[in-house]
Ligand binder design. Structure first.
Ligand code: FAD
Length: 393
């Protein structure tokens, strides 16, 4: 029997295949038993729990939908559900997996040669090695297509020069997927840079108020040589990164769903246990209205997220649809998690309670993989035919 959680109100599990249900159950069990007990401690310390990597490998989700090369070949729905179940327990863990799998591994799978897939994917799938994905730069976040890092062709390879910012997992990644501007074509190309490459420096970004376990780095690439064998020949223009971002945005949209479910379930328990004015908090009308608003949001988010996966699996999903889902789901999750924080009163600001940690973790998710605004503009362009990324002249 699937553990009955209060947030599963519309029996969303019934929409899943038996394999997806099994995966959900397995991921939930491992996350709750192995990971949940230590995450607040690591969040407080802003350290990555390296000892948990073998447990995260046991989830069997790294590589997601990729088939072969030791990857699990999951349905997109299965992959997404796994991300939600991870995020339900700890959002940072879900970001670690997403950057590694849905960004870096997927880029190698979609844009790499057969030899590159053979060389890198097997150990990434088992988490024996870890990857990161570097697009953003200090001066180019939302406007990533203007990025300034350069790639100059030389005998036998490329020389990469420039900087990257905010890159998740980069402080310890073995494999760094890096995007740079080809000095001959002026187009964006992709490269695999290896840990320890001469000229590569990574400094941890400190003092984050959310996703504190994720190790984000500032990267400096000072004349880093990348051999031809590590050039991702199928990344020919910036548009090619959109192929990856469209999929990873679907996955990112499931993080706020998982976070919201975790918050709701905790609040539901808490309100029944804590008493004020001689009655459980759950007995007060205003609190019930908040709970029902949260629960309604979650059911709607689940259905949008599920439908998006089905559109992708049937080959119909557009970039605008993925962007709209990422934007709208994070917006609704922000409302949901804020209500949860309110419901816990003072305890809602203590990181000892999942709700406060989730509240902070949602903020970077609202911003990364395209901010709410940028994803709205991507969807807006698709539905109107007008691009409005630049101010009117
Ligand atoms: P800016 O682009 O400076 O935007 C600031 C504000 O202006 C935002 O509200 C934005 O919506 C708004 N804005 C900008 N342009 C427009 C416009 N045309 N119209 C309307 N509003 C606009 N990047 C990677 O490559 N790899 C990673 O692994 C990675 N991980 C990250 C992890 C974290 C925790 C964070 C915070 C970021 C990460 N990023 C990563 C970078 C992330 O994708 C960028 O932060 C994001 O794209 C926004 O860019 P920015 O922070 O430079 O904000």
């Amino acid at each position: 029997v699937f553990p009955p959680y209060a947030s599963d109100y519309y029996h969303y599990n019934d929409l899943l295949t038996p394999e997806e249900q099994d995966l959900r159950r397995k991921v939930r069990a491992i996350m709750e038993k192995e990971v949940a007990p230590v995450m607040t401690e690591y969040w407080e310390k802003a350290k990555f729990p390296f000892h948990l990597i073998p447990k995260l490998a046991m989830l069997g989700v790294a590589g997601g939908t990729i088939k072969g090369y030791g990857c699990p070949g999951l349905s997109l729905t299965g992959s997404a559900i796994a991300i939600a179940e991870i995020a339900r327990v700890d959002a940072s863990c879900s970001t670690f997996i997403l950057v590694h799998s849905s960004l870096a591994m997927l880029t190698i799978a979609l844009c790499g040669s057969e030899a590159q897939k053979q060389k890198y994917l097997l150990s990434l799938a088992s988490l024996q090695t870890v990857a990161c994905w570097g697009l953003t730069e200090p001066d180019f976040g939302s406007d990533a297509s203007s990025l300034r890092t350069t790639a100059k062709k030389v005998d036998g390879g490329w020389i990469i020069d420039g900087q990257k910012r905010w890159i998740g997992n980069s402080t310890f990644a073995d494999v760094l997927v890096i995007f740079a501007r080809n000095t001959t074509t002026n187009q964006i190309n992709g490269f695999i840079v290896k840990k320890g490459a001469p000229g590569l420096k990574v400094a941890k970004i400190e003092n984050k108020i959310g996703l504190r376990i994720v190790q984000n780095g500032d990267i400096v690439l000072n004349k880093v040589f990348v051999p031809d064998e590590d050039y991702l020949a199928s990344v020919k223009t910036f548009q090619d990164t959109n192929k990856i971002l469209a999929v990873s945005r679907v996955m990112v949209a499931w993080q706020p769903i998982g976070i919201s479910m975790g918050v709701y379930d905790m609040c539901h328990r808490y309100l029944k246990e804590r008493k004020q004015f001689g009655a459980p908090l759950a007995a007060f009308q205003i609190n019930q209205e908040k709970l029902v608003l949260m629960l309604g949001n979650i059911q709607a988010m689940l259905l949008v997220g599920w439908r998006l996966c089905k559109l992708y699996e049937s080959g119909k999903m557009t970039i605008g649809q993925a962007s709209m889902a990422k934007a709208w789901i994070t917006l609704k999750a922000r409302e949901t998690v804020s209500l949860g924080r309110e419901l816990l009163g003072g305890n809602g600001i203590l990181s000892d309670f999942l709700v406060a940690k989730a509240f902070c973790d949602l903020e970077p998710i609202y911003t990364y993989e395209g901010t709410y605004d940028i994803n709205s503009l991507i969807a807006g362009r698709e539905v109107t035919g007008f691009a409005s990324f630049k101010p009117a002249a």
